[in-house]
Design a protein around this ligand. Structure first.
Ligand SMILES: Nc1ncnc2c1ncn2[C@@H]1O[C@H](COP(=O)(O)OP(=O)(O)OP(=O)(O)O)[C@@H](O)[C@H]1O
Ligand SMILES: [Mg+2]
Length: 232
């Protein structure tokens, strides 16, 4: 589904991303693991078509990622790291706005909003403003916002920061449901244990030019013995 190959991005003389490669298939959650400043947000910005890479290729089912309203970009939903805008609109209105940005309207949009709210457990809060939500509820609403245009690929940038374990588990359940429905997910995190719990495969942005990947059963058992698959 999603293929990102050899992505590079610098800001001035500073290299933010140096040769990240990752792939996410339908029905798979792929982790992007790394500490502060490792280049995770820059990488997902490129994957979503928000930041142009200096070098490298990104495609969804072979269609190259472009800017503005490119077909590949429309197939990606993005849950940003920062809790987002429009706190003063009701959850329903906020979702309508996100749907409208993707040209959604009418019955189709209404049913997608209802489905997205149900998935994240906020159906009974549709009329309330996010300003009155807990941190975990705001995070879940952000996920719903990324789903109203029914993307095939969902990219999440540290979506559980600041939420309690119960809300975190609720978010994980939501993401596993989406995976089981055939979405391809890219999940960015600082935490190895989150990646182990949730992800089918994990990539680390390269430190000294290494890209890391492994498959789930052995990854979950022995995270200390991760081995490099690509060295530059
Ligand atoms: N717009 C920008 N202008 C200049 N430098 C930037 C910009 N965005 C990111 N950087 C730099 O690129 C590097 C990678 O940043 P990025 O935000 O991608 O890391 P991250 O892994 O998401 O970190 P965090 O875990 O703190 O969110 C950092 O050194 C950062 O200062
Ligand atoms: Mg970040």
């Amino acid at each position: 589904m999603l293929v990102a190959r050899d992505l590079w991005k610098s800001y001035g003389a500073k290299a933010a991303v140096s040769g990240v490669t990752l792939e996410a298939k339908a029905g798979e959650i792929v982790g992007l693991l790394g500490p502060n400043g490792a280049g995770k947000s820059t990488t997902v910005g490129m994957i979503c078509g928000l930041t142009r890479p200096d070098r490298g290729e990104i495609a969804i089912d072979g269609v190259p990622m472009g800017e503005d309203a490119s077909p590949a970009k429309r197939r990606v939903g993005f849950v940003p790291q920062d809790i987002s805008l429009f706190e003063d609109l009701s959850a329903q209105r906020k979702l309508e706005l996100f749907g409208a940005l993707y040209g959604q309207k009418g019955e189709g949009l209404a049913s997608r909003i209802a489905a997205a709210l149900a998935l994240v457990g906020l159906s009974d809060r549709a009329k309330d403003k996010p300003a009155s939500f807990s941190g975990g509820m705001k995070r879940r609403l952000n996920i719903a916002c990324a789903l109203v245009h029914d993307p095939d690929v969902l990219v999440l940038d540290e979506p559980t920061v600041g939420v309690d374990p119960q809300s975190r588990n609720a978010i994980f359940d939501n993401l596993e449901t989406l995976r089981d429905r055939g979405k391809a997910l890219v999940y960015t995190t600082h935490y190895m244990e989150e990646a182990e719990r949730l992800c089918d495969r994990v990539n680390r942005p390269p430190a000294q030019g290494l890209t890391w990947t492994r498959s789930p059963p052995s990854f979950a058992r022995t995270s200390s013995s991760i081995s490099p698959i690509a060295a530059r």
